[in-house]
Design a protein around this ligand. Structure first.
Ligand SMILES: NC(=O)c1ccc[n+]([C@@H]2O[C@H](COP(=O)([O-])OP(=O)(O)OC[C@H]3O[C@@H](n4cnc5c(N)ncnc54)[C@H](OP(=O)(O)O)[C@@H]3O)[C@@H](O)[C@H]2O)c1
Length: 342
């Protein structure tokens, strides 16, 4: 007899919709309910919001009710762990495992040491797992380079570059990287934290250095630099961006190493609208040196939804506690893995 994983989706923004639609389409998953606080979404069926989905699962705001008898709760509400943690704690206290794409959860120990400890203890108390995942952070700029170092006798430097055409991504992503702002607006909104830019480079570097056990003198992320549009264009959500306005950003984070006086890990995240090359490239300088490039890059939104769906069996089966992507068995596609095959 095959038994499906019972899952609740919390957060039904553009990312939550992609995730929910994928969960609903998987034979090994039963999407029991969807929770979102947006009043306009209440009572709607998933297929009204995602036309490609056949799912009639309804949206409600009643998290407590939704949490009854669930294996895994997926949280896709925010990048901030402080904001996500009440939902995560409620899910854990209801006896459910948690998979979340909250970027700060991908490696939470340095930015939120006390909260990390609290979440770990709570998860152990209720015998469940909390796992932060996603495409980035969660895979492309951390787990993938970590795994690529396995055949290296020596690692001196790691450099990862993610280059993407942001016009293919969801609207909130394009907005948070400043699309359509003037350069002064971009800098002001970044300074005032009204837009976040990409969140996760620091967590990715921390995951890499923790996995490799290397000592660093400093981890630093520079403020993102705007990319200026060379021509006017209309965004995928119908807003005109003039020539000279911001069409994306470049973010760089580095872990510096006192030993070789250089940059031990360098992560470059470049996302802007335009028909340009896209790739995910990892360069490891060592013995042997390794260069791995994913031509065309991985589509961030589709990839994130897949990471969540694929990590559900891992979260269900992992030992209790708070885990990051470097702590769990090898992630892979799990559409053929059932809760029970007995
Ligand atoms: N790790 C990764 O690789 C990765 C990849 C993609 C996205 N992300 C992150 O995932 C998050 C979701 O992405 P998105 O573009 O869909 O964001 P979004 O547009 O902000 O959507 C979030 C949704 O969650 C709802 N919500 C907020 N707090 C809630 C709560 N406590 N309970 C229930 N629903 C709640 C929001 O409702 P209101 O609009 O009414 O507030 C909104 O409908 C973002 O923070 C994004 O940065 C991570």
């Amino acid at each position: 007899m095959t038994i499906r994983f019972k899952v609740v989706q919390v957060g039904l923004g553009p990312m939550g919709r992609l995730i929910a639609a994928l969960l609903a389409s998987r034979d090994n998953i039963h999407l029991k309910s969807i929770v979102d606080i947006d009043p306009e979404l209440q009572g709607k069926e998933l297929n009204e919001l995602v036309p490609s989905s056949a799912s009639t699962t309804q949206v409600s705001s009643d998290l407590d009710f939704a949490l009854k008898n669930v294996d895994v709760v997926v949280v896709a509400t925010t990048s901030s762990l402080i904001q996500a943690s009440p939902t995560i704690k409620k899910a854990v206290q209801a006896g459910s495992n948690v998979v979340s794409i909250c970027e700060e959860l991908s490696f939470p120990y340095t930015l939120h040491p006390e909260l990390s400890h609290e979440l770990d203890s709570l998860a152990k108390q209720y015998n469940v797992t909390i796992l932060g995942t996603g495409i980035n952070p969660g895979y492309l700029m951390d787990l993938l380079p970590i795994v690529l170092t396995a055949p290296c006798q020596e690692v001196n430097k790691i450099s990862v570059t993610r280059m993407m055409n942001s016009s293919k991504r969801r609207e909130p992503f394009q907005r948070k990287i400043g699309t359509g702002l003037s350069v002064p607006e971009f800098r002001e909104k970044i300074d005032k934290k009204e837009i976040t830019g990409h969140v996760g480079l620091i967590q990715s570097i921390q995951m890499i250095t923790a996995a490799l056990g290397v000592k660093y003198s400093e981890i630093k992320e520079d403020p993102p630099e705007p990319v200026i549009s060379k021509e006017s264009f209309i965004t995928s959500y119908g807003v005109k961006v003039e020539k000279g306005q911001v069409c994306g950003l470049r973010s760089v984070a580095k872990a510096k190493n006192e030993m070789n006086d250089g940059n031990l890990v360098t992560l470059k995240f470049i996302a802007y609208s335009g028909d340009h090359d896209e790739y995910d490239r990892v360069v490891i300088s060592g013995i042997p040196s390794i260069t791995q490039e994913i031509e065309g890059g991985v589509h961030g939104d589709l990839g994130t939804a897949a990471m969540v769906a694929n990590l559900i069996p891992h979260a269900y089966n992992a030992r209790a506690g708070l885990h990051t992507m470097k702590d769990i068995p090898i992630p892979c596609n799990t559409q053929y893995i059932w809760k029970s095959n007995n």
